[in-house]
Design a binder for this molecule. Structure first.
Ligand SMILES: [Zn+2]
Length: 111
């Protein structure tokens, strides 16, 4: 990779600026770089490990940084979402069964 301004190969990764930039760049698998020779900052494709195209994880879509990503990988997020869904289903079932809520479509008891 070369600097688009001075064509030097002396580059280093620059920090992503803010959540918005981090999120949009990570989603497109791009990363900011800075040229050590002329100080030019530019956006380029992120080098992929072992040349394989990495599938975007849920953490990528959420724009999590590497530290949050370690604790919060796709399995954890999916697991959390599905347990929340199960909990809501149980709550809805209980609400209907115990008569906390009474939908109009169900026949009412009593006079
Ligand atoms: Zn340069």
């Amino acid at each position: 990779m070369k600097c688009p301004k001075c064509h030097s190969e002396d580059l280093h990764r620059s920090r992503r600026r803010g959540l918005k930039e981090g999120w949009s760049l990570r989603r497109k698998q791009l990363a900011p770089y800075r040229c050590s020779a002329c100080g030019n900052r530019f956006i380029a494709a992120e080098p992929r490990p072992s040349g394989q195209e990495r599938a975007l994880s849920i953490a990528d879509y959420l724009g999590l940084n590497s530290r949050a990503r370690e604790r919060c990988n796709g399995t954890v997020i999916l697991g959390g979402l599905s347990s929340l869904l199960i909990l809501l289903s149980i709550l809805l079932f209980l609400a209907l069964a115990l008569g906390w809520i009474e939908p109009e479509s169900l026949p009412r008891r009593g006079p």
